[in-house]
Ligand binder design. Structure first.
Ligand SMILES: [Zn+2]
Length: 421
């Protein structure tokens, strides 16, 4: 074959490809192509480890298999966003834990997730092991694994941990807004245990043995460090961001904690609520709360009074909320990757859990493509993006399953993962 002719032919093939690539670069101006992002959202596994649908529906039942005007999650929006798996948060408010109704509420919220799946078996299915989740994705449905936010329902008894494990709970956030019988909370200035309680320390081993992931979001720093020391399996932070950007906000993780989580093989799932992302949003919330407390105090009202809620709404319309931006969120992803490595960062939006405080561009479950476009724009490769969107948390989950299996507790998968009839 004439080599010149061959070269000419090769050039003819390459030139249009180069032109296309150049056009794509020019079009996205270095911010990542929207079309590419949409395509990746459809192709890649997206797992969000914290979505508060059950508590939202506990307040007002809605059929989330159809479009809903309220909230941040429903099937059409999940599908538009390419979301494959949404960990349903079985959230127990600290006040209910203190009153003694935690376990009953947890069972009720799990019932409600089962109802979501039962009512729309062509759209949703419960996932109780990592293989389930992948099988459900393969059928084009949205997988609903379960995480329990607040270990209160365990009630100091491993039999309850096993009960909730049997019901499908695959991670437990040890405490929520107040220190409980397991652990101190970042939001609670009363550090009752100086970390974990004696029961909490034994619970870590028990969860490792059973195959329930330990979630360190919401914990005090001391409790976090004790979990890291005790856990034999990777732990997750199901919805936390970086304290570096929100100085003094203990609910977010310090640089040292993020790095340690990476060394543990764990994953920090970046949370989207604006107060997790910027000090401006934290200052706004503090100002609003202070004003509302003054209003309530002057009128001798208690916090739950409807007039206080009305005052809060008026405050908000008089003082526009400082929404964080997609760039703010991307800063957290970048720093977490720099601190802990590309294997240690994921997504835990907290959709349906943070009210109207979500960043511009990340408003609901349809917006994962915007996140992907932002990550592309910051130079992440498709492989890196795949890790962040779901690969990392699946690796951690499988490591937790493997340790439990070596302990005689193989993963309990759900029949619901089989294709819908
Ligand atoms: Zn939370």
């Amino acid at each position: 074959m004439n080599s010149l002719k061959g070269k000419a032919r090769a050039l003819m093939v390459i030139a249009p490809v180069l032109a296309l690539a150049q056009a794509a670069l020019a079009q996205d101006g270095g911010t990542g192509s929207a079309d590419r992002a949409e395509q990746l959202a459809r192709e890649l596994l997206i797992v969000d480890t914290h979505i508060d649908v059950p508590y939202r529906l506990h307040r007002t039942w809605q059929d989330v298999s159809k479009p809903t005007a309220d909230g941040d999650f429903d099937h059409p929006r999940a599908q538009a966003g390419g979301l494959d798996a949404a960990f349903m948060s079985i959230y127990i408010p600290a006040a209910i834990d203190a009153e003694g109704g935690a376990a009953a509420l947890a069972d009720k919220l799990i019932d409600s997730v089962e109802r979501i799946a039962r009512n729309a078996p062509d759209k949703f299915a419960l996932a109780t092991c990592a293989d389930d989740l992948m099988a459900i994705k393969a059928t084009g449905r949205v997988a609903l694994p379960l995480g329990m936010e607040n270990g209160g329902p365990i009630g100091g008894d491993f039999a309850n941990l096993r009960h909730f494990h049997e019901r499908g709970i695959r991670y437990v956030t040890l405490a929520h807004s107040r220190s409980n019988h397991i652990s101190d909370s970042s939001y609670d200035s009363f550090k009752r245990w100086q970390g974990l309680s004696p029961f909490g320390k034994r619970l870590v081993a028990e969860m490792n043995g059973l195959g329930t992931m330990i979630d360190v979001s919401h914990l005090s720093d001391q409790a976090f460090w004790q979990v890291i020391e005790l856990s034999r399996a990777p732990v997750i932070a199901s919805h936390s961001s970086l304290r570096h950007f929100t100085p003094g906000f203990e609910r977010n993780m310090s640089d040292e904690m993020v790095a340690a989580l990476g060394r543990n093989g764990g994953v920090i799932q970046i949370s989207f609520g604006s107060v997790f992302l910027t000090p401006t949003a934290i200052a706004y919330s503090a100002g609003q709360r202070k004003a509302a407390m003054g209003f309530a105090f002057n009128r001798q009202l208690n916090e739950g009074d409807a007039r206080v809620a009305e005052f809060m709404a008026q405050y908000r319309s008089a003082n526009p909320y400082p929404y964080a931006t997609l760039d703010d969120a991307l800063n957290h992803f970048d720093r977490a990757v720099a601190l802990a490595g590309i294997e240690a960062v994921g997504v835990g939006s907290d959709y349906d859990g943070v009210g109207d405080s979500l960043p511009v561009g990340l408003k609901d479950a349809s917006t994962y493509p915007n996140l992907i476009q932002g990550l592309l724009g910051r130079g992440y490769s498709e492989q890196d993006i795949a890790k962040i969107l779901g690969g990392n948390v699946m690796r951690a989950w499988r490591a937790v399953e493997a340790l439990a299996e070596s302990n005689g507790n193989p993963p309990q998968c759900s029949a619901a993962a089989a294709p819908a009839a």
